[in-house]
Design a protein around this ligand. Structure first.
Ligand SMILES: [Zn+2]
Length: 173
């Protein structure tokens, strides 16, 4: 199926997370350290590129190879979610993954694998087991260029791009 170049899907321009959603992501990626963790970000269909999350869905990292440097969201989870969202009217807005001991910017490998320009990318840098920074991007499929997009906290008008995520809840044990 070919899609005309003129009919581009609306590209993400900003990603809005609630403090609770960000905390859930931080909890997941810190727990997976030193491996990369990943998951999906779900919400209502974006309006003019503004992606407002209503839920984060942690995934197993099913990447083949070294999971400290690679991530892949479980395709079965994605499929199940898409099916569910077709009924509820929501959408997969993007995904998150962590960079253990690496900065919160797309790696060369990430750029290579950016097939879906309509998805927002959230990258969390985890240093020595602690989430230190996060940033959101939109990645062009053709040029492999990453564009930073605003990362906002729900209920907070000012962008928090590159802000420190809040402390994750204490893990049991
Ligand atoms: Zn990456």
């Amino acid at each position: 199926m070919s899609r005309s170049k003129a009919v581009r899907p609306s590209l993400p321009r900003s990603l809005v997370l609630s403090p609770h959603e960000l905390a859930a992501i931080v909890y997941h990626v810190e727990g997976a350290y030193p491996e990369e963790a990943c998951g999906l970000i779900v919400g209502a269909k974006p309006v003019r590129g503004r992606c407002v999350a209503s839920r984060v869905v942690p995934s197993a990292n099913v990447a083949t190879g070294d999971a400290r440097h690679r991530f892949e969201v479980d395709p079965a989870l994605r499929l199940k979610l898409e099916r569910e969202l077709r009924e509820s009217g929501g959408a997969v807005l993007g995904h998150y993954h962590s960079h253990p001991d690496h900065p919160a910017v797309p790696s060369a490998h990430d750029l290579d694998r950016a097939y879906e320009p309509e998805l927002a990318w959230l990258i969390v840098s985890v240093e020595a087991g602690k989430a230190r920074a996060c940033a959101a991007f939109q990645i062009e499929r053709d040029t492999k260029r990453a564009r930073p997009i605003a990362l906002e906290m729900a209920g907070d008008a000012k962008a928090v791009a590159k802000a420190k995520p809040p402390r994750s809840p204490r893990k049991p044990k």
